[in-house]
Design a protein around this ligand. Structure first.
Ligand code: FES
Length: 928
């Protein structure tokens, strides 16, 4: 096939890429052809015919839809002939025969305001000026371009459909729908949710929900993709519905580690009013999730902290920054290096994290520094030990071409949502998805095999799969011979992993283990996503070893569409690790004890590095609880004190003798603080963050801080200066980044200026280097990969009685159950009996029968959930409950918290008590 196609559009010769349509070629060449149902990155649909053109190729003249017609060599295209323009006008007239269009075809369209007297007597509710999409409407733009005017008949068929305003986050007004089906298609072919569908009403096609009438019961994940593609006012965000944007700023969402590139629309009062996925974003390809799409507006909140506060006489009083810094500086000096600690924010930028750790090491002389949500250091450390970097190896969107995706102990559909968009795409294309998890998550719905393993035995199961692969000679022998040297040692160690023993310990059938192993080995390229949600801290290192062993055996490292993806939590946890914001770790993943590195940093920072005081604390919050850390500085933006991995955060902070907190809002995190400082949000700073695929991206400032708010790096720099410590005279975040480049070899080729053109994946060692998409690729200095012997667990469990553990699950939709949506006030809510899945042996012990009402409570006696018993849990001791995602969407929408995204409850395992509800009480519940 030729590399380039040459064609002529409206007399202009242009080139197109093979496979492009005429419309795409025209768009790339800057030639406007109107379109409505076409949308970039979706399949051509050819429904609206607005893009009609005349083509001439091989002597044949045709009138075609340019969005579906392939560009051909020497094709002549005319988009502006009288015949084409007339045809297009007729098509638009037809479209408008069901759309209020009195304003669209009026010559006063540019002049009228919402309250003006209409000379055409168009009803107020039918005017463009009161449409939430006014001046963002693609139909209006198209009509303007076509110069339709008063010749179009004014009357139209009014559908008189009810407007749906009773579901969370967005409104649906199908009276304004032009049935382009973009929303239905994006939901189906991009997000794979099929929550929306084309419906039929009296023989007329319309859009609606696939199941029931509420989005809560339709399988909607509230990603907002449908809103972003809607060309009219049919689908609009409810918040700031009628607000007009004064400018758009390309930035990065800081609600999860995927780092979606977003377009923030900002009004003239410097409020962010809309957030939509940026089609140019390589991390997200224009997609977003519910947290990003609808959890962006906390910078607008009136509840924000605006000024510093200092506690005096038990009461926080407003203070100046100078007073606050003095108080912190004086207080911290009272403690020895081992007694102080710095905890950075999970949303903190690379600049914030770098200066925070530099402050801890240089100004306080301690290694007690970490990012608040780095609660899986075991994963990072083991990855770094095994691979050299504690990071994911491949770009996320390569997953769409994977042959197999193995997902272990994580809930990426909710926690790293956009990462799973390409996984679902791969599944739709026939790739195998295997889930190893005790909980029912949305990904299990795409799984060819769901291994509902006994929690905590995941690494054991992976070792069993490795054993099957070796037994059946399914390993990638060429890759192993070329890239590893320890295959024999691994084989030896796996002799212990007899499949019947593995089956008994993990509670998974032998045939299922074999099938999963064969799939991973044979459906290459295989990629592995792994979290540690159900894995104890002491077992996480083993899990990483087992993951890497499996990846190496199947040749899944250093190749496209393969690799390993650690499911970190916290928006910039990767950046925090890269910049050394972790105990015992210097920037660039260097361990602090390496003498040469110490010399390097001492030269860079003109200060000696501390001895390893404090290194080895299980976590910063744990060290506070135990009293080892007595004074701390906490960056609280985005910290979820309810995250069970952090333990009792309130107790930890309450134990401190001195606490300074930089925060966006007052909360339980600031309640016991001696000094509270107002933090700048992502909208008020230009800085960088690094996502889970090592992509360093630029967060852009939309407005300057309006009060006394400061970014983290500014705060630590001014505090260090106040303490008389040199080396912190950074005037701009770019100054900090320049020092990061010197400290972190993988960032050496990056700069804010380069990142303005898009994110770059590290390692990027030089300014002319494009970054590294795939780590450890052959020919790129790919290192030898180590296989590690698999230790046989000393305390292998089997099917004996175990303490009851709740394995909570959550899915978008359960077609096997009737939807149960009720109306409360103006809103819809899911309300139903949950099914409590109990192992038959546990049920016998507890005297519970199938169908009994049961109450699940935590060990403090608080009810977690109640419902109806079903005796089909596959594991002794494991109680499963799968709720619907719609409950989370409703809770987030109703939340009074100005920043609800970080606090959305995860799916943590919990030790529980299970009780049968007595019959009389059951009758009362039923009556309620
Ligand atoms: Fe081509 Fe709709 S844009 S048919």
């Amino acid at each position: 096939m030729a590399d380039e196609i040459t064609l002529t559009i409206d007399g202009r010769e242009i080139t197109a890429k093979p496979g492009q349509t005429v419309l795409q070629a025209a768009m790339d060449a800057g030639i406007y052809i109107p379109y409505l149902c076409y949308y970039p990155k979706m399949k051509p649909y050819g429904a609206c015919r607005t893009c009609v053109v005349e083509t001439e190729a091989n002597g044949r003249k045709m009138t075609v839809a340019s969005c579906t017609a392939p560009a051909a060599n020497e094709m002549i295209v005319r988009s502006d002939t009288e015949q084409v323009v007339d045809l297009r006008r007729g098509i638009i007239d037809l479209l408008m025969s069901e759309h209020p269009h009195g304003c669209l075809t009026c010559h006063r369209i540019e002049l009228c305001g919402p309250q003006d007297i209409c000379q055409r007597h168009v009803a107020v509710t039918d005017r463009c000026t009161i449409c939430p999409k006014n001046e963002r409407c693609e139909l209006k733009d198209t009509v303007r371009m076509l110069e339709l005017d008063l010749r179009t008949p004014l009357n139209y068929h009014r559908r008189d459909l009810p407007i749906h305003t009773d579901d969370p986050f967005y409104d649906r007004d199908y009276n304004l729908c032009i049935v382009c089906a973009r929303c239905v298609r994006v939901c189906d072919e991009v997000r794979f949710d099929t929550a929306l569908t084309l419906t039929n009403r009296s023989g007329v096609a319309l859009v609606g929900t696939s199941h029931g009438t509420s989005l809560l019961e339709s399988g909607c994940e509230f990603c907002g993709a449908c809103i972003d593609v809607c060309p009219t006012g049919a689908l609009v965000e409810r918040d700031y519905k009628w607000e007009k944007a004064a400018k758009s700023v390309s930035t990065i969402c800081t609600n999860c580690p995927v780092g979606c590139q977003m377009v923030a629309e900002v009004n003239r009062f410097d409020k962010v009013i809309r957030f939509r996925g940026d089609l140019a974003g390589e991390a997200n390809n224009g997609q977003a999730c519910f947290k990003g799409k609808f959890g962006y507006d906390y910078p607008n909140s009136k509840k924000r902290l605006k000024h510093p506060y200092v506690r005096e006489g038990g009461v926080l009083r407003r203070a100046t920054w100078d007073e606050a810094l003095d108080k912190i500086a004086t207080s911290l000096k009272k403690y020895s290096p081992g007694q102080v600690g710095v905890v950075a924010s999970p949303r903190g930028s690379n600049e914030d994290n770098y200066v925070a750790q530099k402050f801890a090491r240089v100004a306080l002389g301690t290694n007690n520094v970490d990012s608040a949500h780095n609660f899986i250091p075991e994963v990072f450390d083991r990855l770094r030990d095994r691979l050299g970097y504690g990071a994911g190896t491949n770009p996320a969107w390569q997953l769409e071409k994977a042959g197999c995706v193995l997902a272990i102990a994580g809930n990426p559909t909710e926690e790293q949502t956009v990462l799973t968009v390409p996984v679902k795409k791969a599944a739709r294309a026939g790739a195998k998805v295997i889930v190893i998890d005790a909980r029912e998550t949305e990904l299990t719905r795409y799984a060819s095999d769901w291994l509902r393993v006994r929690p905590g035995t995941e690494s054991f199961l992976l070792a069993g799969m490795a054993r099957v692969i070796l037994d059946e000679a399914l390993e990638d022998q060429e890759f192993i011979a070329d890239r590893t040297s320890e295959a024999d040692a691994l084989k030896q160690s796996l002799w212990n992993f007899d499949l019947s023993k593995v089956s008994s310990v993990c509670g998974i059938d032998e045939t299922q283990i074999r099938r999963a192993a064969r799939t991973v080995a044979m459906s290459v390229p295989s990629a592995i996503l792994f979290g540690v949600d159900t894995v104890e801290a002491s077992e996480r290192g083993d899990l990483v070893d087992a993951v890497i062993n499996l990846a190496v055996l199947t040749g899944g490292i250093g190749k496209e569409s393969a690799g390993v993806f650690p499911l970190y939590s916290g928006a910039n946890t990767q950046g925090a690790m890269d910049t050394g914001c972790a105990p015992g770790l210097l920037p660039g993943h260097r361990q602090i004890s390496v003498a040469a590195d110490r010399a390097h940093f001492e030269g860079l920072w003109t200060s000696s590095l501390p001895d390893s005081a404090g290194v080895g604390a299980p976590s910063m919050f744990e060290a506070m609880r135990s009293g080892d850390i007595k004074a701390a500085v906490l960056m609280a933006d985005g910290v979820n004190p309810e995250a069970h991995q952090l333990g009792d955060v309130r107790a930890a902070l309450g134990t401190l003798e001195f606490l300074a907190v930089s925060a966006v809002f007052d909360s339980e995190l600031t309640a016991s603080a001696d000094v509270v400082l107002p933090a700048a949000t992502y909208m008020e700073q230009t800085s960088t963050v690094t996502n889970l695929e090592r992509r360093v991206q630029l967060v852009r400032q939309a407005w300057a801080p309006k009060n006394d708010e400061r970014a983290g790096w500014e705060f630590f720099s001014s505090l260090a200066s106040r303490m008389g410590v040199g080396g912190f005279d950074f005037a701009e975040s770019t100054d900090v980044f320049e020092e990061i480049r010197q400290a972190v070899p993988e960032y050496a080729g990056l700069s804010h200026d380069r990142l303005r053109h898009g994110g770059i994946q590290w390692p990027c060692p030089a300014e002319d280097h494009d970054g590294t998409a795939v780590l450890f690729a052959e020919g790129s200095g790919g290192k030898k990969l180590a296989l590690k012997a698999a230790p046989f667990p000393s305390e292998a469990q089997n099917g004996t009685k175990a303490p009851l553990v709740l394995a909570p699950g959550r899915v978008l939709h359960q077609p096997e159950r009737d939807p149960e949506v009720v109306r409360r006030g103006d809103m819809n809510y899911i309300e139903r009996d949950e099914i409590i899945r109990i192992h038959p042996d546990d049920a016998t012990d507890l005297g519970i029968n199938e169908g009994d009402r049961v109450d699940v409570s935590d060990w403090d006696g608080g009810t977690l959930v109640n419902g109806v018993a079903r005796l089909d849990s596959p594991q002794r001791g494991m109680v499963g409950v799968t709720t619907l995602f719609g409950t989370i969407a409703s809770a987030m929408y109703d939340s009074d918290d100005p920043d609800p995204s970080p606090r959305i409850p995860g799916l943590s395992l919990k030790r529980i008590r299970l009780m049968k509800v007595p019959a009389r009480q059951e009758a009362e519940v039923a009556a309620d």
